[in-house]
Design a protein around this ligand. Structure first.
Ligand code: ATP
Ligand code: MG
Length: 172
């Protein structure tokens, strides 16, 4: 029996990435080591700045500063995402981490930067004590099947639709 379970945070509502960081805080507070691998993200965000101050939490980012065009991702973005998955796979199997977060991995798969099946085999090959979180919109059905916890964040209201742009410290 594996103690390390798999969480899926998906859907179009706000809170997936921040929920994953919340879990990272909880693990770190109990003395566990955490790796957060971020796909697609290159621009600085408040939560990354904060957890850099926590020795138990390591963040590795694999995105450029430009937005990825889902229809025509650049070679650079594909190469970065593939490297991210390789490092995540290694970290998940190493037994070093109590928790590995694959932030926006669902989007990386949906945009065809990385292969769905490769993510699944990397997660399945994790160390038995390593917990894994997959975040991002557009999770494929196979990820729903893989995960032990599946949470859909559904937008009911979001101020973006009434013209309030993303706010520093709240959205990023
Ligand atoms: P957060 O990073 O705040 O936890 P998230 O991870 O659920 O949110 P993503 O789907 O990754 O959100 O979207 C990335 C960015 O878009 C974040 O800045 C997020 O706050 C913002 N966002 C989330 N949901 C919506 C929405 N329904 N409409 C507009 N912007 C949104
Ligand atoms: Mg997110």
């Amino acid at each position: 029996m594996s103690e390390g379970l798999v969480h899926l945070y998906t859907g179009n509502g706000k809170g997936k990435t921040t929920a994953a960081f919340g879990l990272a805080l909880r693990v770190a507070g109990r003395g566990g080591k955490v790796l957060i691998v971020q796909f697609l993200k290159g621009l600085p965000t408040g939560e990354v700045m904060a957890v850099r101050k926590i020795p138990e939490i390591e963040v590795r980012r694999f995105g450029s500063e430009r937005f990825v065009d889902p229809k025509r991702p650049r070679e650079e973005d594909i190469a970065l995402a593939k490297r991210g998955l390789r490092e995540a796979a290694e970290a998940m199997s190493s037994g070093i981490y109590r928790l590995v977060v694959l932030d926006e991995v669902n989007v990386a798969v949906a945009f065809n930067l990385i292969d769905e099946g490769e993510v699944i085999s990397a997660v399945r090959s994790r160390h038995p004590r390593t917990e894994v979180v997959l975040t991002g919109r557009y999770a494929p059905p196979s990820f729903y099947e893989l995960a032990d916890y599946v949470t859909e964040f559904r937008e009911v209201k979001h101020p973006f639709s009434s013209g309030i742009p993303a706010r520093e410290g709240i959205e990023f």
